[in-house]
Design a protein around this ligand. Structure first.
Ligand code: NAD
Length: 442
């Protein structure tokens, strides 16, 4: 992992002798700050970024060194709690000019800026906590993982539910073989992060927003009120990843981890025809994954969102009248079925068969503090980019398949190529706008 032993040794030494002045660190040749704390920089501090900031800053060894947001009103609000942090609106400028005073970086921007911001930080050897889904493009996920691994950087994707007792217990239950080998996973979210409408009406950019920086690597266009910022960018193909990328990454997480899945053999979607603007408002995506030690010969995985979710109880062979949660996953095994609500305790079916089943006992974990501790040389993260990269790739292939409704897309993970529909490969990697190129991604 990133600057581990050296960092811990330095921090302990600096705590013991805090009068000794020290200098900023950059990467593995780490020299800690004078107060021996991890100096964090936060890119995107409104919405989930505010929550990430609070959770990271609640660790006693964190000092918030810098805040960056393209909306000055959001920046001002974050500054109220961290008056000593240095403020920026452009993360490139922050890292170029203030990087030596920053030990680790948190990325909580909209999806299209995850990879450029995270890679810019990793190019300077900074550990990164990055919101989910890890990236907007399949190629970006592959590259972030490769660079994090080659530089041995501490990384964590922001799927905090991954650390919850309920999700971790479900992983253990599946891996203990309680329902036998798994042949199918159904996963769903009744949220609608799609947009089936037409072209967007232009509007004046709010005075507080630096629109060009918000657009970042994407192609320039006019602002539109209440459509992009905040939050609604999720619905649009150039910025978000629809309901599948938004909620799917949480809900796919447990099956992906529990079954030790890799890359899908193929993906196929059922949704409305392509509009070129928004993600579909309702969506069914089918994946086939190769076998693992926890699955049958192949694993069929079906995702339902919008008004296709939840799927019918009949199709899942659950008791008549059973009410499915609005979001969750269901594992069909050779010996039974496990339903995992998002977020709740797993339920085993047939209930009579498993009435005496004793569940594994687990302790709570803090996903954010796990990353901070790991940056300080203690322990490791559970959703590092080595895990988050392939999980995000698999999800994003489903998002790509939305652009080819009804077509099966065969995937060659090694060559990072869709083999039976060459034109779909252009959707795996976007061209970054001139002036926003990032080494390793452009
Ligand atoms: N893990 C979770 O449970 C969870 C929950 C909600 C959102 N998220 C993730 O958090 C991220 C943000 O989502 P949100 O709902 O907060 O979006 P949002 O649009 O409400 O907030 C994004 C923030 O980033 C800022 N921003 C945008 N571009 C920027 C840039 N180039 N540089 C610096 N700041 C920039 C915006 O001004 C805003 O403050 C997304 O990736 C989303 O998937 C995760």
């Amino acid at each position: 992992m990133s600057y581990p032993q050296t960092r811990r040794a330095f921090v302990q030494a600096s705590l013991a002798a805090s009068a000794i002045p020290m200098f900023g660190l950059s990467g593995r040749s780490a020299v800690p700050s004078a107060i021996g704390k991890l100096r964090t920089a936060h890119i995107g501090v409104g919405g989930m970024g505010a929550s990430d900031l609070g959770s990271i800053a609640s660790h006693s060894m964190v000092e918030v060194a810098a805040l960056c947001d393209v909306d000055s009103s959001r920046l001002a609000k974050a500054q109220e709690k961290h008056p000593n942090a240095k403020l920026f609106s452009d993360y490139r400028e922050m890292l170029a000019t203030y990087g030596s005073s920053i030990d680790a970086v948190v990325v909580s921007t909209p999806d299209h800026t995850h990879a450029p911001a995270a890679m810019t930080a990793m190019n300077l050897n900074k550990p990164v906590y990055c919101q989910k889904p890890l990236t907007h493009e399949v190629f970006e996920a592959r590259q972030l993982r490769a660079v994090a691994e080659s530089k041995k950087l501490v990384t964590q994707m922001g799927i905090q539910v991954h650390s919850s007792v309920q999700y971790r217990r479900a992983v253990q239950m599946i891996q203990s073989g309680v329902i036998g080998k798994v042949s199918q996973v159904h996963a769903w979210s009744n949220k609608n992060w799609g947009y089936d409408g037409g072209p967007l009406a232009p509007a004046k950019v709010p005075d507080t927003l630096k629109w060009d920086l918000w657009l970042g690597v994407t192609q320039s266009r006019e602002y539109s009120k209440d459509i992009y910022h905040p939050g609604n960018w999720r619905k649009l193909i150039d910025f978000g990843t629809g309901t599948l990328g938004d909620m799917g990454v949480h809900i796919f997480d447990t099956p992906y981890a529990a079954l030790e899945l890799t890359a899908p053999n193929w993906v196929k979607t059922t949704c409305r025809p392509v509009t070129g603007i928004g993600h579909p408002e309702k969506n069914t995506v089918e994946y086939q994954f190769p076998a693992t030690r926890y699955t049958t010969e192949t694993l069929q995985w079906i995702w339902y969102d919008g008004s296709f979710a939840p799927p019918s109880v009949d199709s899942l062979k659950l008791p008549q009248g059973f009410k499915l949660p609005g979001q969750g996953s269901l594992f069909v095994g050779q010996e039974g079925v496990l339903l995992l609500p998002h977020v709740g305790e797993a339920i085993l079916f047939p209930e009579e068969k498993f009435s005496d089943y004793v569940r594994p006992k687990l302790e709570d974990k803090n996903h954010y503090h796990e990353w901070v501790d790991s940056c300080m040389g203690n322990g490791s993260t559970s959703a590092s980019f080595s895990y988050a990269g392939p999980l995000t790739e698999a999800l994003l292939l489903g998002v790509v398949a939305n652009r080819y409704p009804g077509q099966q897309l065969d995937f060659d993970a090694k060559r990072l190529q869709i083999t039976n529909m060459p034109e779909a490969n252009k959707l795996l990697k976007r061209s970054y706008r001139a002036g926003f190129e990032v080494p390793g991604l452009s």
